[in-house]
Design a protein around this ligand. Structure first.
Ligand code: BTN
Length: 264
């Protein structure tokens, strides 16, 4: 996909983007944001073999040793359904993993899990103006090899899960970007419908289950009612009203000892 001039081709619709591959970077998201601010074309991709300052959601660190996939894509969406882009990226990662025999599920807002362990995570960052979003950076981290001992309890990898030879990071990247182009086009052409339907089918079904979310410092609880057309998580409150979460960390709460699946 990346030619000898460092351009990424094969993205369809005449898209030709810049691609950067670094042996080490602080954070591919930081570099992609720099490029976005400097006016790089949409679909510019920054990848690093390892990161020294990998960033996760909510200011957390993302362990980024050699052997994982760390990439960020710059997008310049002209449509209004921008809040669905991280969900589209989750679907793209899931599709890429499934190409290597791994069946992952999505957890709102954008975790990719096998059982209760994380195999991939997404960090979306953007800048908007009165005219809408100028750019969005989608950062994707996929554990390809067994992750650091420090995260072994909560993380898994393609090497741990796959049945065949462990894929190369660039092969996972190519599948992921190909799938992301497909979801991006569907979002542009059909609006939220396809993504919301596909994401709902690919995620843990928490409908009617008690869900707890941490939004900033506030703990929010309610019965899961899926996501809306913006990708917000819907939690039904005891008085019947519905609380929309636009970001935050959530988990399903076990209501009775020994009941149901493990909590995520
Ligand atoms: C999370 O689940 O908390 C999100 C993790 C996102 C990690 C990726 S790795 C590539 C990109 N660069 C970063 O610094 N973070 C994202």
């Amino acid at each position: 996909m990346i030619d000898e001039t460092g351009h990424l081709r094969g993205l369809g619709a005449g898209r030709v983007a810049l691609a950067e591959l670094h042996s080490t970077l602080g954070s591919t998201n930081e570099r992609a944001r720099e490029l976005a601010r400097a006016g790089c074309p949409a679909w510019t991709v920054v990848r690093a073999l390892m990161q020294t300052g990998g960033r996760g959601r909510s200011g957390r660190e993302w362990s980024s040793p050699k052997g994982g996939l760390y990439l960020s894509v710059v997008l310049r969406p002209k449509f209004s359904e921008v809040t669905l882009l991280p969900l589209a990226a989750g679907l793209a990662v899931r599709e890429a993993l499934s190409g290597f025999g791994v069946d992952a599920r999505l957890k709102w807002p954008n975790d990719v899990l096998i059982g209760s362990r994380k195999i991939a995570g997404l960090l979306a960052e953007g800048t908007s103006s009165a005219r809408g979003f100028e750019w969005v950076v989608l950062g994707v981290g996929v554990n390809i090899r067994t992750p650091d001992a420090s995260v072994a309890e909560v993380a898994t990898s393609l090497a741990d899960q796959g049945t065949g030879p462990v894929p190369r990071a660039d092969a996972v990247a190519a599948r992921m970007i190909g799938a992301l182009v497909g979801w991006y086009d569907r979002l542009e052409q059909n609006g939220s419908r396809d993504i919301v339907t596909a994401w709902s089918a690919a995620s843990f079904d928490w409908s009617g289950q008690l869900v707890e979310g941490l939004v900033g410092n506030e703990v929010v609880r309610g019965l899961g009612r899926g996501i809306d057309e913006c990708g917000a998580l819907l939690l039904e409150q005891p008085d019947g009203s519905v609380r929309r979460l636009l970001s935050g960390d959530v988990r399903r709460v076990r209501t009775r000892e020994g009941e149901g699946d493990p909590c995520y």
